[in-house]
Design a protein around this ligand. Structure first.
Ligand SMILES: Nc1nc2c(ncn2[C@@H]2O[C@H](COP(=O)(O)OP(=O)(O)OP(=O)(O)O)[C@@H](O)[C@H]2O)c(=O)[nH]1
Length: 284
């Protein structure tokens, strides 16, 4: 299946990248938030150069099978860059994240003390692609709602500093993507996961791309219980991806293929098809 090239680089994102580059110079640690369903595709090349150290958070750990999250964590971990799996809405994994930040703060203030300087709060930037859960994570870390969190890419438009007690200052940042999405497979995964504005793609083709991926995923990436069958009482093994969307359209959407594709996408995004990792460390 050949999809038209996907690109999304709205004006606010270009401004955000410029703004972020300036802000990162006064930050002590960067938390890069990625989507645990697509840890490879939901990273930004800029961060490898601007923020080579820090913490990588694989958020939405509730949406992938537990062993897959663990495997990604082992695969990505480096001594200077711990990996933490979180569920930002419920606050799972946050104790470990707080501990990592406290360690950074301790090291920073020891160095300051040696130079005769007063202690200060650790400055932490929370960065990543649109819709990966940066604002939800910040709200959970702070224990109150300071950042807008919504199931839509591009909600946060400005960099915003927020303070947590005397120890931590957090920078909430708009979601960023590269100006050109060179890796079109990654772009398709970003669209499937709702990390790209739906205004720039054909929903039917992206729904079909999701099914095509589900058809070839190995068993560790998906729950043993087939979510599609359970959700729609329609067995995947009896159909090709195209045939499945057509059968689903007949069964539930008055024959409308666009609506059946949208239904599958929405159910995947909400976790109604069970835990599904679109990417595993060994293949993309
Ligand atoms: N299932 C699940 N949903 C999550 C998790 N974290 C966040 N969400 C949901 O994902 C959606 C996006 O979260 P946000 O916090 O707005 O994401 P963001 O990265 O700040 O988005 P932008 O403002 O577009 O950059 C919201 O509907 C959240 O409730 C998680 O760990 N698991």
């Amino acid at each position: 299946m050949q999809l038209p090239p996907l690109q999304w680089y709205p004006g606010h994102m270009a401004r955000a990248v410029k703004n972020l580059t300036a802000h990162l110079q006064r930050v002590d640690v960067v938390i890069e938030v990625r989507d645990a369903r697509i840890p490879h595709s939901s990273t930004h090349p800029l961060l490898a150069t601007l923020a080579p150290t820090g913490v990588i958070v694989l958020n939405r750990r509730d949406q992938v099978p537990f062993p897959v999250g663990q495997r990604w964590s082992e695969y990505l971990t480096r001594p200077e860059r711990p990996i933490i799996l979180t569920e930002a809405r419920q606050g799972q994994g946050l104790a470990q994240l707080r501990q990592s930040l406290a360690q950074v703060g301790h090291g920073l203030n020891q160095r300051r003390q040696r130079r005769g300087m007063l202690p200060r709060a650790v400055r932490v930037a929370v960065v990543g692609c649109p819709n990966v859960g940066k604002s939800a994570l910040i709200n959970r870390l702070l224990g109150r709602r300071v950042a807008s969190s919504a199931p839509k890419a591009g909600v946060t438009r400005q960099c915003q500093w927020v303070r947590l007690g005397g120890d931590l200052e957090l920078l909430d940042t708009p979601g960023i993507l590269p100006p050109r999405l060179e890796d079109q497979q990654a772009a398709i995964y970003l669209a499937i996961c709702d990390d790209i504005s739906e205004a720039v793609y054909d929903g039917y083709l992206i729904g079909l791309a999701l099914l095509a991926r589900l058809w070839v995923l190995p068993s560790p990436a998906v729950n043993p219980q087939n979510g599609l069958h359970k959700r729609y009482q329609l067995a995947p093994q009896d159909h090709t991806p195209e045939g499945y969307l057509a059968a689903l359209a007949e069964k539930k959407c008055g024959g409308n293929l666009n609506r059946s594709a949208q239904m599958v996408l929405n159910d995947f995004r909400r976790g109604n098809l069970g835990q599904i990792a679109l990417e595993l460390p060994d293949f993309h």
